[in-house]
Design a binder for this molecule. Structure first.
Ligand code: ADP
Ligand code: ZN
Length: 700
């Protein structure tokens, strides 16, 4: 089967996303690949589809044990046989999985890197035909990356030790050029096809709120925004206190940080994953391995220490591609906390490096320019203003700041000429006349009385415009001459400091998640997820539910056109969604003007060849009733009709078929259950038809 057909049949998607098909094609023709794709871009499919096409099995090496379980569940829900081998299995479970693997029951096996050279693994792979090894989170192989895993270094040796060296495929979302180089070299990829898709996440909305009272803003935000979300705090203490306040205010929240017991942490994580709590308040310890695709918002209650961490954390929102928020709650105080944390290091070089990174983060919070553009620029991608971030949407006016800009630039020029480069605080102190030194500099006290925060904004703006170079210490660039001597005007979005009232921002364009139908679909999804003990997004993603709201499918065929509904999921879950959607559709939908008659009913019902329970007979009838907006029938009502018509009788409180009943194919079976033994009637095809005949159908 072709890759595109598999995409539709198993995953329910019509089109490949950027880079996917190229990578898949390369793998199935035997080539190594390196895929660098943003979070949520769809890396998993890139190796799952080749795994279905190639003979034998695919091993997926992943550092994240919790993620393995989710992925295997998700694959199983789509009808793809998969398993995982990691330390969370008991010996018995491990042996069973290995046995199944040997019997060829899996196409995909997830393995933790630490397990590659264990004896049972070596024994297993001897008897397996491994066609492909996919290395997830491949940046873990690099010592330059923040998540270095020594056991990743075993992978090339492991691959080389197999009877036939399989195709190697490496995937990651975060790779600076240096890390990329490391992956290629250390994994020993052979002439790999490397695909780098952009870092942009168009469905994420970025906004920085400069706030004094963060908590009440948080509460306001949470009241206006439903869905699951993470609130990141920079310290354990803050995590605890925010959680406590939210619980007091009756929000559904849990906390997560490294100071908690293992059991509390995994409970919090599971509660969040399974939608038992909506909000998780956490330090940056939370997130690695969180594959929840329907996270609708990330609030940074404190500013993180660098853009890399920020983007990685913010990027956990909206993996399903739906609009999601990344809101930064920023206060100057956060800089002090970050500096404090950075200064804990004993290594002065590290402190200096981290301060530079912090500086970039601070500029992000202070800039009035497009936030998305700022981030992409940071990662080396150039774009235009996005038109959809907090700053692009800011309606405050452009103000002329030329005169203030000249004061600041000439001040810094003077300091630089005296061979001095100061950090922001000291530079501003002299401008404000609050310093003991440089009192005879002509710019001393030249901006007396101006709020420090305003000077901060001005300097950020001048840095963004490349008049100032700010690597922690400030200096002017040659370009500053344009402003100082050639009369170039400088503007900035915002208000002069003496004006304190702020204009209301326009409402954001968002998907309407309060939509009643959407909520009903979500509830049904949750119900199914609880029955099956899987996270809700394994059943269907939010994106799939949104598509259902829009397409409103009422038949199996229509349901298959919904993005994210493949054939297995249709059978497993889709039917119940169709029922719900049929209930939601008015009977006289346009084009559906047929008169509802007994004849029509008899034509449309499903008669099954097997002998089935009465409730299932009723379900089959109800599918038709629902379609035409008719009242449902219950199994009990059908039983009564059969009793009245003499097909069933009750003896000693037990329903049994009469001889007439047996003639039309009603049988009894005995069932032994926990609640004891009892007999049950089952209804063959003829009996099902008679049930239908017994119903009185009234036309429209
Ligand atoms: P990554 O591992 O790159 O962060 P995932 O593999 O988890 O991303 O995919 C993110 C989401 O995108 C999943 O819900 C996945 O089903 C969906 N997805 C992947 N490929 C496609 C596609 N071609 N069309 C629509 N949705 C897709
Ligand atoms: Zn923007």
């Amino acid at each position: 089967m072709t890759a595109k057909k598999l995409l539709k049949q198993y995953f329910g998607y019509d089109e490949f996303r950027e880079g996917q098909l190229e990578l898949i094609d390369a793998m199935i023709s035997g080539g190594d690949v390196l895929g660098i794709m943003a979070t949520g871009a769809g890396k998993s499919l890139c190796y799952q589809i080749p795994a279905m096409i190639l003979p034998g099995v695919t091993l997926v090496i992943s550092p994240l044990i919790s993620l393995m379980r989710d992925q295997v569940q998700a694959l199983a829900a789509s009808g793809i046989p998969a398993a995982f081998l990691n330390s969370s299995l008991t010996e018995k479970q491990w042996n069973k999985a290995v046995q199944n693997a040997k019997n060829g029951m899996y196409k995909i096996i997830y393995v933790a890197p630490e397990r590659l050279f264990t004896s049972s693994m070596t024994e297993l792979v001897c008897g397996l035909d491994v066609s492909l090894i996919a290395v997830d989170e491949a940046h873990c192989i690099s010592q330059w990356g923040q998540d270095f895993r020594p056991s990743y270094l075993d992978i090339p040796k492991f691959a080389a030790g197999l009877p036939v060296r399989p195709v190697l495929a490496a995937f990651t979302a975060t790779a600076t050029p240096r890390v990329r180089e490391d992956i290629l070299r250390t994994l020993e990829l052979k002439n790999p096809l490397a695909m780098v898709t952009g870092f942009d996440r168009p469905n994420l909305y970025f906004e920085v709120r400069r706030l004094k009272d963060k908590y009440s803003s948080l509460v306001r935000y949470l009241r206006e925004n439903s869905g699951a979300g993470i609130i990141y705090c920079s310290t354990r203490k803050e995590t605890d206190s925010v959680t406590e306040m939210l619980l007091e205010d009756k929000f559904s929240a849990a906390r997560y940080h490294a100071g908690l017991s293992e059991s509390e942490r995994s409970k919090s994580q599971d509660d969040f994953l399974y939608d038992r709590v909506k909000i998780i308040v956490a330090t940056n310890a939370f997130g690695m391995g969180i594959d929840k695709s329907d996270i609708r918002f990330i609030v940074h209650y404190n500013m993180p220490q660098n853009i890399e961490s920020y983007y990685q954390e913010a990027g956990r929102a909206g993996r399903d591609g739906l609009p999601s928020d990344c809101i930064m709650f920023y206060a100057r105080k956060d800089i002090n906390t970050a500096l404090f944390l950075i200064n804990q290091s004993e290594n002065p070089d590290e402190i200096a490096r981290n301060r530079k990174l912090l500086n970039k983060m601070e500029q992000f919070c202070e800039t009035g320019d497009c936030l998305r553009r700022y981030i992409l620029d940071y990662f080396g991608e150039s774009t235009d203003d996005c038109g959809n971030c907090g700053n692009c949407n800011d309606t405050s006016e452009e103000i002329d700041i030329t005169s203030d800009a000249q004061k600041i630039l000439s001040h810094i020029t003077r300091l630089n000429n005296a061979n001095k480069r100061f950090m922001f605080t000291h530079t501003a102190d002299i401008l404000l006349g609050k310093s003991d030194d440089f009192t005879d500099l002509s710019t001393f006290g030249i901006m007396k009385g101006t709020p420090r925060s305003y000077i901060r904004k001005l300097i950020s703006r001048l840095t963004a415009l490349s008049y100032i170079c700010d690597d922690g210490y400030l200096s002017v660039t040659p370009k500053a001459k344009e402003v100082l001597y050639n009369g170039a005007a400088v503007t900035m979005r915002g208000q002069k400091p003496e004006i304190t009232t702020k204009k209301e921002k326009p409402p954001k364009v968002k998907y309407n998640f309060s939509d009643e139908l959407f909520i009903k679909l979500k509830n049904l999804r949750l119900e199914i997820a609880r029955e099956e003990k899987v996270p809700a997004f394994i059943v269907f993603s939010d994106a799939t539910l949104v598509d259902m709201c829009q397409k409103h499918p009422r038949t199996e065929e229509e349901m298959l056109t919904v993005s994210g509904v493949g054939e297995v999921k249709l059978k497993r879950y889709g039917i119940r969604f169709i029922e719900l959607l049929c209930e939601e559709t008015p009977a006289s939908a346009p084009g559906e003007t047929k008169n509802f008659t007994k004849e029509l009913f008899m034509q449309e019902i499903t008669i099954e060849n097997e002998s089935i329970q009465i409730t299932r007979v009723a379900d089959n009838f109800n599918a038709v009733f629902l379609k035409y907006g008719k009242e449902k029938i219950t199994g009990a009502k059908l039983n009564n009709l059969l009793l009245e018509a003499g097909y069933l009788i009750i003896e000693n409180g037990v329903k049994l078929p009469t001889s007439r009943g047996r003639e039309i194919g009603i049988i009894t079976i005995r069932r032994n259950t926990e609640r004891g033994n009892f007999s049950q009637c089952l209804f063959g095809a003829e009996a099902q038809r008679i049930c239908a005949e017994l119903l009185v159908i009234t036309g429209d």
